[in-house]
Write a protein that binds this ligand. Structure first.
Ligand SMILES: Cc1cc2nc3c(=O)[nH]c(=O)nc-3n(C[C@H](O)[C@H](O)[C@H](O)COP(=O)(O)OP(=O)(O)OC[C@H]3O[C@@H](n4cnc5c(N)ncnc54)[C@H](O)[C@@H]3O)c2cc1C
Length: 296
C-alpha cells in the first residue's frame, strides 16, 4: 500500500495496481501484477529502480512481453515496462544508438531508411531492442549480437556501465538484475532497394511458416545442436496437440498458440508432454527459449 502510494506520487507515467499481465504479453497469458509501472522518462525509471532495490521489493523488467509467460497467479512485486522511457534513437553515419525500449522494428526501419544493412533478417521479431539484446534474438542466420558494438546497462548494484559483450546462441552475458538501457549498432552501407528486397523475402517466409495471426510467444524451444525443434515436433506428429486452449501450431511445430483462454498451466503441461516424447523417441533434451516468470 505504502509502496504503491509512494510510486504513484513520484512517477510520471502509468502506475496501476492489480493490472492483468495477459494484456501485456503476446501470448495473452498472465494474472495480475501487484503493481505495473510504465515510467515516462529515464529519470523516473532510475528513481524507481533505486526505490525498489532499497526497499527490497521484487521487480521484473519487461519490454514488449513477446518472449514471456507469466504465472496465472500473476507477479508478486513490481513489473516495470521500458518502452516509454528508453525511447530515443540517434544515427551517426553507419552507426545507430538505440535505447532499449524502442521496438526492434523501428530500429530496423530506421537503418533501412538510411541505407544501412545488417538487421533486416530480424524483421518480424516483435520485441524491443532491450528484449532482443537480453536473449540475443536471431532469425535466418543473423543474431542481434552480429551488429552490436557496445551495450549500455545499469548493473545490479546500480552502476551505469558500457561494454563490449560476448553473446552466444539465444543468450547474452547479462545477469538477472542488470538493466539494458541501450546499445550502439554498426551497419554496412548498402543499396536501400536491395535491403528492402531482402526484408520482403524475410516477411514472406515468416508469413508462410509462422502462425502470425495467433497469440504466441514465438519459438518455444531453442533449436538443438543438430536440427530444428519444430521439425522434430512435426516428425513426431505433435502438431495440433493441445491441452486446454494451448495448442501446438499446425503451421509451425515450435510455436504454441493460445486459441483463446489458455493458461500458463496448460502451456507448461503441453511443453512437458512434448519434451518427454522428444527425449524418449529422439534422445534430445529440448531447452526452453520462452521464459516463464514465477509468481514469487
Ligand atoms: C510471432 C513471434 C515471432 C518471434 N520470432 C522470433 C525470432 O525470429 N527470433 C527470436 O529470437 N525471437 C523471436 N520471438 C521472441 C521475441 O519476440 C524475442 O525474444 C524478443 O527479443 C523479446 O523482446 P521483448 O521486448 O518482447 O522482451 P520481453 O519478452 O518483454 O522480455 C524478455 C526478457 O528480456 C528481459 N528484458 C527485456 N528488456 C530488458 C532490459 N531493457 N533490460 C534487461 N532485461 C530486459 C526481460 O526481463 C525478459 O527476461 C518471436 C515472438 C513472437 C511472438
Amino acid at each position: 500500500m505504502v509502496i504503491f502510494d509512494t510510486i504513484k506520487k513520484r512517477i510520471k507515467g502509468f502506475v496501476k495496481r492489480d493490472e492483468m499481465l495477459n494484456e501485456y504479453t503476446s501470448i495473452r497469458i498472465g494474472g495480475p501484477a501487484d503493481i505495473l509501472v510504465i515510467p515516462d522518462n529515464v529519470e523516473d525509471f532510475k528513481w524507481l529502480i533505486g526505490f525498489v532495490r532499497k526497499r527490497e521489493v521484487r521487480y521484473f523488467i519487461m519490454g514488449n512481453g513477446t518472449n514471456l509467460i507469466f504465472s496465472d497467479k500473476g507477479f508478486r512485486g513490481v513489473v516495470i515496462k521500458t518502452n516509454r522511457c528508453f525511447n530515443e534513437m540517434k544515427i551517426f553515419d553507419d552507426r545507430i544508438f538505440a535505447m532499449s525500449g524502442i521496438d526492434l522494428l523501428k530500429l530496423i526501419l530506421k537503418s533501412v531508411e538510411n541505407g544501412l544493412s545488417s538487421l533486416e533478417p530480424l524483421i518480424g521479431i516483435p520485441g524491443t531492442v532491450g528484449g532482443a539484446i537480453w536473449m540475443n534474438a536471431g532469425a535466418f542466420g543473423k543474431e542481434v549480437k552480429d551488429c552490436i558494438e557496445k551495450v549500455y546497462f545499469i548493473d545490479r548494484y546500480g552502476e551505469e556501465k558500457e561494454a563490449e559483450m560476448n553473446f552466444s546462441y539465444r543468450k547474452s552475458p547479462f545477469n538477472r538484475g542488470d538493466i539494458i538501457t541501450g546499445a550502439l549498432f554498426t551497419f554496412e552501407k548498402k543499396d536501400r532497394l536491395e535491403i528492402m528486397k531482402e526484408m520482403e523475402e524475410v516477411k514472406r517466409r515468416r508469413e508462410e511458416n509462422q502462425p502470425l495471426g495467433f497469440a504466441s510467444a514465438g519459438s518455444v524451444f531453442k533449436n538443438p545442436a543438430n536440427g530444428y525443434a519444430g521439425e522434430i515436433i512435426d516428425r513426431l506428429g505433435m502438431k495440433r496437440m493441445s491441452i486446454g486452449d494451448a495448442e501446438v501450431s499446425a503451421k509451425h511445430g515450435n510455436f504454441i498458440i493460445n486459441r483463446r483462454d489458455a493458461t500458463c498451466h496448460d502451456v507448461k503441461r503441453l511443453i512437458e508432454k512434448i519434451r518427454d516424447r522428444v527425449k524418449k523417441e529422439e534422445g534430445v533434451e529440448l531447452e526452453l527459449e520462452v521464459e516463464f516468470v514465477k509468481e514469487k
